[in-house]
Design a protein around this ligand. Structure first.
Ligand SMILES: *Cc1c(COP(=O)(O)O)cnc(C)c1O
Length: 427
C-alpha cells in the first residue's frame, strides 16, 4: 500500500480499521488536558475500562462470602486459574493443559530452570542472546552459580556482528552447533526487548533440542504481540509477564508453558507446593506430592485472585479480538509508523536510524529508533508534548504502536511532534 504522511490519509485508515472501537475500551493518561499518544504498551499496557469490574467482583465476593468465596463465588477462587487455560492457550499456541498463570515472570523462569537446567560435568552450558533483558541475565547468572559453575565458562552469549543491529539466525545456529555436547539449555527472549527483533523460535528450538539441550523462551515481549505455536514448535518451556502487551496492570502475574511431553516425567526436579498437587486430593492434606499432570503441576501457592482478575479481563478481550486480527493491524500500523519515521527523517536530513529489522517477519509491535545527536532531551520534549515513549541508554527511543489502542492518526500526529522537536533541537 502507498502511504501518505497526511492527517486525512491517517484518518481514512482509522475509518477502515476493524479494531478501532477497542481504543475506547482503554483509559489514556492526559498531558495538558489532551489524551496522550501512548507508545509504551511494551512496558506497561494501558488499563482496559472493563478491568475494574473484574476486580470489584472479587472484592465484593470477598466482602460477602469471605472464605466461602473459594467455592461459592460466581468465579470460585480455588480453580480461578482454570479460566485462563482456553483463552491463553490460543494466545500462545498451546494445549490448554500446557499453560497456567502463577507468580511473576522472573520467578517463573527461576522455577522452570529448576526443572530444565540440570547441568552435568559434561553438559552444563547455557546459550542466551547478548544484551538480554537485565533480569534474565541476573537470573541465569545466579542459577549457574547456584549449581557451582562459573558464569564466565558457562553462559554463552550470541553476539551481533560488528556494525549490525540484529542477531543473525545463522549465528545462533552456528553457536548451538559449536557448543554441541556441552549445551544444557538455550534460553532466549522470543522478541528482543531492545531492538524488537523477533527470533525464529521454531528453528532455534529444533536446533537446540537436536544438540541434546532443553529450549525455553522468555516471552515478555511476545505474548499478546506475535503469533506463537509453542506446542507445535515443541518448545520445552516458556514464561511471560502479563503487564506489557497484555494490559493486566503493574507487576502483575505471569503465564507459564510446559510442553505436554514433560507432564508425566516425574524424574524432572521441581519446587513443589500444594497448588501443584492433584486437585481431587488437594484438601486431603496428604504428605506425598502427586503433581497435576499439566503446567498447573508447577504451581506452588494458592493464587493471588486480586491480581488474576485484571489478567482475566485481558485474556477475555484478546480472545474476543483474536490474534490474527490483532497481528494484521499490528503489521499495518507498524509499517505506517515506519513510513512516517522515514518521511520525517528525510525532512530533517537524517537525525536517526531504525534498529528494528525492516522485514515484517522479524519484527512485531515495536520500532526502536537510534538517535544521532540529541537524544535524552528530545525524549523529554516528546513527553512534555504528550507523546509517551520509552528511553533506553545510550540513545534509543522505543516505540510500540500497540494495535488494540493506538490509531493511525496517532502515528501521523507523532511524526509532526517529532519533526518539531528535532528542528527545535537543531537550532
Ligand atoms: C519485562 C521483562 C522482564 C520483567 O520480569 P519481571 O519478573 O516481571 O519483573 C523479564 N524479562 C524480559 C525479557 C522482559 O521484557
Amino acid at each position: 500500500m502507498d502511504f501518505k504522511n497526511t492527517r486525512e490519509f491517517a484518518q481514512q485508515l482509522d475509518a477502515k480499521d476493524k479494531l478501532a472501537k477497542y481504543r475506547d475500551e482503554f483509559h489514556f493518561p492526559h498531558v495538558n488536558g489532551k489524551q496522550v499518544i501512548y507508545f509504551t504498551g511494551n512496558s506497561l499496557g494501558l488499563q482496559p475500562k472493563r478491568t475494574k469490574a473484574y476486580v470489584d467482583e472479587v472484592m465484593d465476593d470477598w466482602a460477602k462470602l469471605a472464605v466461602e468465596g473459594h467455592f461459592y463465588a460466581d468465579k470460585p477462587w480455588w480453580d480461578y486459574q482454570e479460566r485462563f487455560a482456553a483463552p491463553l492457550s490460543k494466545i500462545v499456541g498451546a494445549l490448554p493443559k500446557e499453560v497456567t498463570v502463577m507468580n511473576t515472570l522472573t520467578v517463573n523462569l527461576h522455577l522452570l530452570m529448576v526443572t530444565f537446567y540440570q547441568p552435568t560435568a559434561k553438559r552444563f552450558k547455557i546459550i542466551c542472546e547478548e544484551k538480554a533483558f537485565p533480569s534474565d541475565q541476573y537470573m541465569i547468572q545466579s542459577q549457574v552459580k547456584f549449581h557451582g559453575y562459573d558464569p564466565k565458562d558457562t553462559i554463552v552469549e550470541i553476539k551481533r556482528r560488528e556494525g549490525e543491529h540484529n542477531i543473525r539466525l545463522e549465528d545462533v545456529l552456528a553457536k548451538i552447533a559449536e557448543v554441541g555436547d556441552e549445551l544444557a539449555l538455550v534460553l532466549m527472549g522470543g522478541v528482543n526487548y531492545y531492538t524488537g527483533q523477533v527470533f525464529d523460535m521454531k528453528t532455534i528450538t529444533k536446533a537446540g533440542q537436536d544438540a541434546g539441550a532443553y529450549v525455553g523462551w522468555d516471552l515478555a515481549h511476545a505474548a499478546g504481540n506475535i503469533a506463537l505455536e509453542l506446542h507445535n514448535w515443541n518448545v520445552d518451556f516458556a514464561a511471560w509477564c502479563s503487564y506489557k502487551y497484555m494490559n493486566s496492570g503493574p507487576g502483575n502475574a505471569s503465564g507459564a508453558f510446559v510442553h505436554e511431553m514433560h507432564h508425566n516425567d516425574f524424574d524432572l526436579p521441581r519446587f513443589s507446593g500444594w497448588w501443584g498437587h492433584n486437585k481431587e486430593r488437594r484438601f486431603l492434606m496428604e504428605p506425598q506430592f502427586d503433581p497435576v499432570r499439566g503446567a498447573e503441576g508447577w504451581q506452588i501457592s494458592n493464587l493471588p485472585i486480586l491480581s488474576l482478575a485484571p489478567y482475566l479481563a485481558s485474556v477475555e478481550m484478546f480472545d474476543e479480538v483474536g490474534m490474527p486480527a490483532l497481528i494484521q493491524k499490528r503489521d499495518h500500523i507498524t509499517s505506517y509508523l515506519e513510513f512516517i519515521l522515514h518521511e520525517i527523517n528525510r525532512e530533517v536530513n537524517g537525525h536517526f536510524e531504525i534498529l528494528t529489522p525492516s522485514e515484517p517477519a522479524e519484527r512485531a509491535s515495536q520500532l526502536s529508533v537510534f538517535l544521532h545527536g540529541e537524544g535524552r532531551s528530545l525524549f523529554e520534549y516528546l513527553m512534555k508534548a504528550g507523546v509517551i515513549t520509552d528511553w533506553r541508554e545510550p540513545n534509543v527511543i522505543r516505540l510500540a504502536p500497540v494495535p488494540l489502542y493506538c490509531s493511525y492518526e496517532d502515528m501521523y500526529e507523532f511524526g509532526q511532534v517529532l519533526k518539531a522537536g528535532i528542528l527545535s533541537h537543531k537550532k
